[in-house]
Design a protein around this ligand. Structure first.
Ligand code: GP9
Ligand code: MN
Length: 606
């Protein structure tokens, strides 16, 4: 065999090897040559050999397309990791069109260096010109077989490992292998094989509490017979509450409301890949989300014992409002599962004052307010779930909606835009509360206000933004600042000003609401009444590596794609050495998350 016959093939495989190495360094900060050679490269090389074997005459075209696909995958994974801090799974592609948070911000997420993944598309054109008709190489068959054997060994090994965190798993076992194993686990349902059942008593014990029957809890029935309003605010984080910038309050209306509210200031977001829609799921079921997949994407359609359904038995009529297309995040599947009587989307809400996804929050709230008289006539009591959207990334508002005069250093910055957006959302909440007061509904209602998840996260928060956040907060922006959302319970003559700093999660919202309304829920939930219980334990996936947890005294971030595990003191967020408590919480979190998955399986597609 002449050297020139082999050369193009060597170069083709070499280019792939270089690209895979660059991918591993960028994604996992992993530089081991042997790991690449024996784990990551063989499976890709096997696929390339198959392409070479099948391509025959169109060899260069086939190789070019294969390389382009690999480049697209690597490029996408890089941006995805940058935004979500985790690598995507094959099924995240289902949501590619849904994930506007990514598609809208692709330009902002990428750096010119990322486009080097496409450099080989150019180099291959030169190679194709140099060797117009490469001689067929019989050795490719042997390469394919040996690569297949090495890959089979690595997949066989990987399949035996639990996928606690996808990124960490992919780093250890190979990116493609991680996808194969997830596919295998889903098809054989081993992800849920260890189904765990926990009694309410046992669940409270895991969290560190002594179980008390719901009907015997002190706050049970405090808001009995009231209407319920749940206002879920886009990207509202806790750190803005009560804060000022150059003497201007960011949330003057919420701050005002606190004088007659129970305000939980240590409540963590619990969403996964389904962001806003996951928050809607959690708040309306008291269950965990799927985590790595948007929960709404995997629902079978089976009715869930939701807040709306439990309230219906007590004479409540329910409605949900969101100014976007109802198919976004599969809400057309989610809402029937949650059992709302009335669903209002972009089809119903007047299509005016569009910002980002659709009509601005002021249009949404006015619309919701105008529905009230009819609903109050139709139903004994009402439950309205209002999901805002205007304060969504990238937080750009027309100047007429900007109420803050930003200091010059915040102008045009992500943080500045964020604060401006939140200030706008706060104004609209203020308007709605005033509407409730004017219509005499406020005194007969329980109103719950919460944030769906963080807005300040990912690489859109630049170094300069981080500095601004530190100045704003008076300390470095921590994971706790990122993950905590405000949770406010209010209504006429219900509460006196009270801040509660005990740990809570979004799963606690439904049990707390139902306890206040004096209504029992006859299905298992993951959360508990926050007025009753002081201790808590929350698992988190997706936004932290699987295996991470938040417990009343500590926050543990499990090892992920690039970083080792870190234990923090929850109060100060100082790093702590791993201790026996941490070991126990890690184990308890595993039990807790298995139970969360078990409760979900009832509503998931096979
Ligand atoms: C759109 C909106 C999306 O319907 O809910 O918000 P996100 O999930 O990207 O935060
Ligand atoms: Mn959201």
């Amino acid at each position: 065999m002449k050297k020139t016959a082999v050369m193009p093939y060597i170069l083709i495989f070499f280019l792939l090897f270089i690209k895979i190495s660059a991918f591993r360094v960028l994604i996992f900060d992993a530089k081991s040559f042997w790991h690449i050679a024996l784990v990551e490269f063989p499976l890709w090389a096997f696929l390339l050999s198959v392409v070479l074997l099948v391509a025959h005459k169109q060899l260069w075209q086939a190789v070019w397309i294969f390389n382009l696909l690999v480049s697209i995958i690597f490029f996408t994974v890089t941006l995805y990791l940058r935004y979500y801090s985790t690598i995507p799974s094959y099924y995240d592609l289902q949501q590619a069109t849904q994930s506007s948070s990514v598609s809208n911000t692709i330009a902002m997420l990428s750096t010119p260096w990322d486009f080097l993944f496409f450099l080989d598309a150019v180099l291959l054109v030169f190679l194709a010109r140099r060797w117009r008709k490469p001689v067929k190489l019989p050795a490719i068959k042997h390469i394919a077989i040996s690569m297949a054997v090495i890959s089979a060994i690595s997949i066989g090994y990987a399949i035996e490992q639990p996928v606690i965190d996808v990124s960490y798993f992919a780093k250890e076992n190979g990116f493609l292998q991680s996808q194969v194993v997830q596919l295998y686990n889903r098809s054989t349902d081993t992800a849920h094989a260890s189904s765990t059942k926990l009694s309410e008593k046992k669940l409270e014990e895991l969290k560190g509490n002594k179980y008390v029957k719901v009907s015997e809890q002190e706050s049970f029935g405090r808001a009995e017979g009231r209407n319920l309003f749940v206002i879920q605010v886009e990207s509202l984080q806790n750190f803005v509450i009560g804060k000022t910038l150059n003497g201007q309050e960011i949330t003057p209306n919420l701050n005002n409301l606190l004088s007659e509210s129970a305000y939980f200031s240590n409540v963590f977001q619990q969403i996964g890949a389904g962001t806003t829609s996951d928050a809607e799921w959690i708040v309306n079921t008291g269950l965990y989300p799927q985590g790595m997949i948007p929960t709404a994407n995997s629902l079978s359609g089976k009715e869930a014992p939701s807040l709306a359904r439990t309230l219906k038995k007590e004479g409540y009529g329910s409605a949900t409002y969101h100014a976007d297309d109802v198919t976004f995040w599969n809400r057309d599947v989610l809402y029937p599962v949650l059992g709302y009587e009335e669903v209002f989307s972009i089809d119903d809400i007047p299509n005016v004052k569009n910002v980002g996804f659709g009509p601005a929050d002021e249009v949404l709230f006015r619309f919701a307010a105008d529905e009230l008289p009819r609903q109050l006539e139709t139903y004994e009591r009402i439950y309205a779930n209002i999901v805002t959207v205007t304060s969504h990334t990238p937080f750009e508002l027309p100047s007429s909606m900007q109420h803050l005069t930003l200091p010059i250093e915040y102008e045009g910055m992500y943080v500045g835009n964020y604060l401006q957006s939140i200030r706008y959302a706060d104004e609209q909440i203020g308007f709605f509360i005033q509407e409730l007061k004017d219509r005499g509904i406020y005194d007969e209602s329980l109103i719950v206000i919460l944030g769906d998840h963080s807005g300040m996260h990912g690489t859109l928060v630049t170094k300069e933004d981080q500095q601004l956040l530190s100045d704003f907060l008076g300390h470095d922006y921590s994971l706790k600042d990122q993950f905590t959302i405000p949770l406010i319970f209010t209504g006429g003559n219900l509460f006196e000003e009270k801040e509660l700093t005990r740990l809570g999660g979004q799963t606690d919202i439904m049990p707390t609401v139902l306890a206040l309304l004096g209504i029992e829920h006859n299905a298992s939930v993951m959360g508990h009444n926050l007025f009753e219980y002081k201790k808590n334990l929350l698992g988190m996936r997706y936004y932290m590596p699987g295996g991470s947890y938040i417990q009343s005294e500590q926050l543990y971030k499990a090892p992920g794609a690039k970083l080792p595990g870190v234990l923090h003191d929850l109060k100060t967020m100082d790093e702590r050495r791993k201790n026996s408590d941490a070991k126990k919480h890690r184990k308890d979190t595993e039990t807790l998350m298995n139970y969360a998955d078990t409760l979900l399986t009832d509503y998931m597609k096979d």
